[in-house]
Ligand binder design. Structure first.
Ligand code: UDP
Ligand code: MG
Length: 132
């Protein structure tokens, strides 16, 4: 069994899509073993998106991620780190196929509904960051 960190972003919450996305995760057979709604601040976002701090779009990303609450989750299942990334689809909605969460629901490459850890190391670091 593997576990991953999943976060429903402010656009997902604002558009009333929490249930839609959670049901896709559950239908896939993964288990949500922890979940909470929270507001993020700039320090935690600088840490979470440390690989992007020097990008032009970083200030816009921070504004977006602080624009409303997020839903933080721990998701468990066999091969769920890569499996959740497949379910999500690629970062940019323009490249995300129909049937994926981002392909069906995302509006842009920033407002893209969902975050999912990209490796076992980041999954553990992100679970620690958001769940302690
Ligand atoms: N992002 C953005 N503009 C870009 C690329 C990414 O605003 O040109 C945002 C987008 O919300 C993305 C997040 O930054 O989900 C983190 O980027 P990453 O490359 O880690 O993509 P992810 O792992 O979320 O697919
Ligand atoms: Mg990423």
């Amino acid at each position: 069994m593997e576990r991953t960190y999943i976060m429903l972003k402010p656009d997902c919450v604002e558009r009333g899509l929490i249930g839609e996305v959670i049901s896709r995760i559950e239908r896939k057979g993964y288990q949500i073993t922890a979940m909470k709604m929270m507001h993020l601040d700039e320090p935690i976002l600088r840490e979470h998106y440390s690989h992007l701090v020097n990008e032009d779009f970083f200030p816009l990303l921070v504004d977006f991620m602080m624009s409303g609450p997020v839903v933080a989750m721990i998701v468990e299942g066999e091969d769920c780190i890569a499996g959740m990334r497949r379910l999500m689809g690629p970062t940019n909605n323009a490249n995300a196929a129909p049937g994926t969460i981002r392909g069906d629901l995302a509006c842009s490459n920033r407002l893209n509904i969902i975050h999912g850890s990209d490796s076992p190391e980041t999954a553990e670091a992100e679970i620690k960051r958001f769940f302690g």
